[in-house]
Design a protein around this ligand. Structure first.
Ligand code: SF4
Ligand code: SF4
Length: 229
């Protein structure tokens, strides 16, 4: 008796694509990807005993793993020079305070006795218990004054004042910025130098023009009596 072949069990009619054999390079054993992954893991594990760059854990807190260049937590304020308070770049323009989504920045502008703006903050507080690390304050600041920090050991038993950072706590030098984010800091420094040069050139041109105008006026004043004679 000849075996009965169900229609659904019949081989499909050969097509031009299925009839050509699979290239040898495309043949793969089941589970080969798993074995390759295990080989990488084993290599890393064995090399971690004698190669420092293969070590994926460190003896924290005695050792600290370097942070990723893109890691950010809370903002800090940059100052130029050696005096942290006098060198703050912040002009207390309030843009970051207005743009901060959870409203955790509080700024008071410093004024002189006549009420004139001194273009620096008398108070600059950030409540880091509310800050959501978005970096919007950095993006909107027009004065290169605020950047995101990489500091992460901020635990404190004081959940209120301990997490309210004032301007003294927030101030960081340009060297700190350069060490933390070299690329960003060098771009900012180059741009600020170019802007300072441009400003100096504009001031020099203005002074030269004022000098020329003054000389022209003096010459005209000297020529007037002579013309009247
Ligand atoms: S990082 Fe975002 S939430 Fe935090 S202070 Fe800046 S704008 Fe506000
Ligand atoms: S940090 Fe920048 S945006 Fe915020 S108040 Fe200061 S200058 Fe203005």
């Amino acid at each position: 008796m000849s075996p009965v072949l169900n229609k659904s069990m019949e081989s499909p009619a050969p097509t031009s694509s299925s009839s050509s054999p699979l290239p040898l390079a495309d043949w793969t054993l089941p589970g080969i990807g798993l074995l390759k992954g295990m080989a990488v893991t084993a290599t890393n594990m064995i090399q971690s005993y004698y190669r420092k760059d293969r070590m994926t854990t460190v003896q924290y807190p005695e050792e600290r793993a370097p942070i990723s260049p893109n890691f950010r937590n809370f903002p800090f304020l940059v100052y130029d020079g050696s005096d942290a308070m006098a060198g703050l770049r912040c002009t207390a323009c309030l843009i970051c305070e207005n743009e901060c989504p959870p409203k955790c920045i509080y700024i008071v502008l410093e004024r002189d006795e006549n009420g004139k703006s001194l273009k620096r903050p008398k108070v600059f507080d950030i409540d880091v218990s509310v800050c959501m690390n978005c970096g919007i304050c950095v993006e909107v600041c027009p004065f290169d004054s605020i950047y995101m920090d990489g500091e992460y050991e901020l635990s404190t038993p004081d959940r209120f004042d301990g997490l309210l950072f004032n301007k003294q706590r927030l101030a960081r030098s340009t060297d700190y910025h350069a060490q933390l984010r070299p690329l960003e800091a060098s771009e900012v420094a180059t741009r600020r130098e170019a802007e300072a040069d441009k400003k100096l050139a504009a001031q020099a041109a203005k002074a030269a023009k004022a000098n020329l105008d003054k000389q022209a006026k003096e010459q005209a004043a000297a020529e007037l009596p002579a013309a009247a004679e």
